[in-house]
Design a protein. Structure first.
Length: 253
């Protein structure tokens, strides 16, 4: 049976890989590298750099997987994502059959952690449900959430309190921002559209990479600076990965 390793690679810096992830790299013989087009070529290049740094097996092979684009403008978000996953699964099915022997071990390097806002696990489950005989193993990675808190030198939770992890889409629909809210996948810059009263923000982009950007402060004071930095970085690099923590300031809880 084909074995797939979903290896959490952390938020982009090669030093974020765990020892378990490094050891897993040498267990696989075929590495499937997602290709999202020229605009996001650096995402593939970072994976390649990690492989070159840590893989010692001379017979490792690399296979590029073209990833179809999702219709970002569609009205039915869940149906659009389901269709997108189905198209990716079809690509994965064919390439696994063509490139990985039936008793082979392959790997996908997953940005951050495979269990937090990533589709790879769901797509493999879809393939298994559709009858493709594969097994998989998850190697956890350091998530952007952990890296964000570490780089800002803050704790994610306050004493005895909970933390909400959500998306920009959900944040925009919330009636009230929870006291400690981590926000991911906020391409619409929702942080600049909500009521900033009593909120601090700890924002970071390209965490752990050479182009890392960090901004923190009262949301009302720094929202425009974050927007400006975010847009300039995305225009320069062609892509951006960022996350932030919204925290209701002491006395405003």
């Amino acid at each position: 049976m084909r074995k797939i390793l979903l290896i959490g690679m952390g938020p982009g810096g090669a030093d974020f890989l765990t020892m378990q992830a490094i050891e897993a790299l040498d267990r696989a013989r075929v590495f499937f590298l997602p290709d999202k087009g020229a605009e996001k070529a650096e995402l593939r290049e970072v994976r390649e750099q990690i492989c070159r740094r840590y893989i010692t097996q001379p017979d490792a092979r690399f296979v590029t997987v073209d990833i179809p684009q999702r219709d970002a403008a569609a009205d039915d978000y869940r149906a659009t994502v389901d269709d997108w996953h189905a198209r990716i699964a079809a690509r994965y099915r064919q390439i696994l059959i063509d490139e990985l022997p039936e008793d082979g071990c392959g790997a996908f390097l997953v940005w951050g952690d495979p269990t937090l806002y990533d589709s790879s696990l769901r797509i493999l489950d879809r393939l298994r449900a559709d009858g493709l005989p594969i097994d998989y193993e998850i190697i956890p990675g350091i998530s952007a959430v952990q890296a964000l808190a570490a780089r800002h030198r803050i704790a994610l939770n306050r004493i005895g309190e909970s933390v909400v992890i959500t998306t920009g889409r959900k944040l925009g629909a919330a009636r009230r921002v929870a006291d400690d809210t981590v926000v991911m996948l906020d391409g619409d810059e929702t942080f600049a559209k909500i009521d900033p009263t009593g909120l601090d923000i700890y924002w970071g982009a390209y965490l752990g990479m050479k182009d890392e950007i960090l901004i923190a402060g009262r949301l009302a004071d720094v929202a425009s600076a974050i927007q400006r930095a975010r847009r300039e970085a995305r225009e320069s690099k062609g892509w951006i990965m960022d996350a932030y923590l919204l925290r209701r300031a002491d006395g405003d809880v």
